[in-house]
Design a protein around this ligand. Sequence first.
Ligand code: NAD
Length: 476
Amino acid sequence: MYEQLALYIDGNFTRDGERQQQDVINPATGVTIGKLPHATRADLDQALEAAQNAFETWRKSSPLDRSKVLRRVAELARERVDGIARNITMDGGKTLAEAKGEVMGAAEHAEWHAEECRRTYGRVIPPRAPHIRQITVREPVGVCAAFTPWNFPFVLSMRKIAAAIGAGCTLVMKGPEESPSAVVALARLFHDAGLPPGCLNIVWGIPSEVSEYLITSPIVRKVSFTGSIPVGKHLAALAAARMKRITMELGGHSPVLVFEDAEIEKAAQTLAILKMRHAGQVCMAPSRFYVHEKVYDRFLDGLTKALSTLTVGDGLLPDTNMGPLVRERRVHAMETLVSDSVERGAKIIFGGERLKRDGFFFPPTVMTEVSDTAKVMMEEPFGPVVPVARFSDTDDVLRRANSVPYGLASYVFTGSLKTSRYVSSNLEAGMVNINHFGIALAETPMGGVKESGIGSEGGTETFEGYFLTKFISEAS
Ligand code: NAD
């Protein structure tokens, strides 16, 4: 049974009434599996009002009580992992193993926020006179509007909800209409964990209309968005015009630097698996490959060998290693990137054409001799396409790696400590992986620089966007 999709407003799950509905499609089959109710203006107003009313109480709740709710959410997520994961695979396309990993990872995020929210300390500042006491306290920002994407609907929504709720804020969240089951499941977890009505509200609709309505509402004091850079800039501009705080987790186009002294076969194997997670639809996926010319052929050999072991198919099937793309538009995007690269001199050595079957399948694809001016080297591909280029000089490859406006993740493979230190301090990226993948854990901050975003989620930084600092100076 697929999730019973609904709005969640002021503690109630609602789906009936005179509301528009949208089809939810299984990307592995193209078949409609559910109907998603859109919020009316009255629903949005009710959600905002509920969040505002709930804030008056929730802001005064003790961090210990907030922590208890978040811990219970983590327990419930683990208990319900199988059903939630199955629905994530059905409406988002990732494999069942990936979906389970996402839910279990999100449970860790809930726990991390449960722990950290009890440590959101202020400061005592030494005064200039003995009868003065100076302190800072951290107060919750207020009602937040949050927008989350389809590629990791459960964990990315969990991070925003856990941070807002842990800080004493309340929120209205618009989840991804493409893959909504995870966000409805999350609302059920928080509801069952005892979160008071109105603290979390979930709405659906036309993204541009809902986001504009929520962000321009005077009730909303903070905006948090994960998604593409163009949409992020638009929402940030709406927020800036009203001086609202923002957290922006936006797209990336992560460079991969493979040096001649790296363990080449291991690097190729690691990168093949990492790159094809959720068919490459991951903001921090390795996506521009620069390989030292002395190991170029060996690396390509290892990469194509590793990719040829992957089975592409319906994520619900046990043998599947890579599922479909989320929608037909993403298949077109891959076709455009491949044909543009070939026109500029690239060679396809693996994959290259959509798979002729139902659903939205594009295979792992490797292109060599890709020009730095090809679209795929300049725009986030968000799919299973691997462009590989050569390099010979470290400073030159750093210049090429830093030449795009993106600055999210980056990957370096080298056997030299000196190279790893030099490159990691000169890469313009919010996160650097050296010889492995080690980011996006609950206890580590995730965030981008340049156009990839503002603020961090996870780590001790996670609450920064949800608190105001108030300074109090008191004379006795
Ligand atoms: P898209 O830009 O059309 O949509 C991305 C998401 O943003 C969708 O879920 C959409 O509903 C939402 N959206 C679009 N306009 C909006 C608005 N005005 N207000 C609020 N939400 C809005 O792109 P797409 O084809 O769905 O996905 C590909 C692109 O999405 C990639 O290039 C990638 O940058 C981006 N993306 C990034 C992440 C991430 O984790 N950073 C996640 C998913 C998608």
